[in-house]
Design a protein around this ligand. Structure first.
Ligand SMILES: C[S@@+](CC[C@H](N)C(=O)[O-])C[C@H]1O[C@@H](n2cnc3c(N)ncnc32)[C@H](O)[C@@H]1O
Length: 212
């Protein structure tokens, strides 16, 4: 069902046979995650808010979570990651970044529990379908990292974007690698202010949206 693939920056990604899609850009998995989620999402949110509550839609390999954890910040961070199909140990433990300290630990954390993994950094991995996920928490940073609309159209529908909008704080930031015109129109239609930013190598553009 899953296969590990090498991407152009030397880091691994996963290919899902079920979705016939890769978890990251084949032009560079770590490079894409760093560019889209860390540089254009996390760092901006850290400069804007005293504490962060992050929602990730599609935990997958946990690369975004791991890079977020490695980022130096003295701000309290709560990280909620939703995943419908958790990867098995034989996949995550063989990824190129699995050798880095702390990566396997993140995968071994129990599901559906809040765990403080280091001072002020709390992780909750939730094994659920985002379409059914409900939360009382208000997020000020959202990593929208589902498979592309061509593969998984149901997660990019206006109703889903509206649901995310209502889970977000004012001035909250949503980042995604997807830069399709339809997504940007849909984000605007639910009330987001939408920016098109340069994408990581191999991809022309990405999207950042702010909840006013
Ligand atoms: C593009 S990949 C994830 C990339 C991930 N952020 C990473 O760094 O590896 C999309 C992820 O969304 C998950 N997914 C698919 N449908 C979902 C759903 N309805 N709810 C939650 N997660 C879903 C997939 O299993 C997959 O792990």
């Amino acid at each position: 069902m899953f296969e590990i693939l090498k991407t152009k920056d030397g880091s691994d990604t996963v290919f899902s046979k079920q979705y016939n899609a890769t978890y990251h850009s084949i032009h560079g998995a770590v490079r894409e995650s760093n560019h889209v989620f860390i540089e254009n999402g996390l760092r901006v949110a850290i400069s804007k808010f005293d504490s962060l509550s992050i929602l990730e839609i599609g935990l997958g390999t946990a690369l975004n979570l791991f890079l977020t954890l490695k980022e130096l910040s003295n701000k309290p961070i709560r990280y909620t990651a939703i995943e419908k199909f958790p990867l098995s140990e034989d996949i995550y433990s063989n990824l190129s970044y699995a050798k880095e300290e702390g990566f396997i630990h993140v995968h071994q954390l129990p599901w559906n529990e809040k765990i403080e993994v280091k001072d002020g950094f709390v992780i909750e991995k939730i094994n659920a379908d985002f379409l059914e996920f409900k939360s009382k928490e208000i997020y000020n940073l959202v990593y929208l990292d589902a498979f592309a609309p061509t593969t998984q159209n149901e997660l990019w529908q206006v109703e889903v974007l509206q649901k995310i909008f209502h889970m977000m704080a004012h001035q909250g930031i949503l980042v995604t690698y997807c830069a399709k015109g339809e997504l940007k129109r849909n984000l605007k239609s639910v009330g987001f202010i939408v920016e098109t930013l340069a994408g990581p190598p191999g991809k022309r553009e990405m999207t950042r949206a702010i909840r006013p």
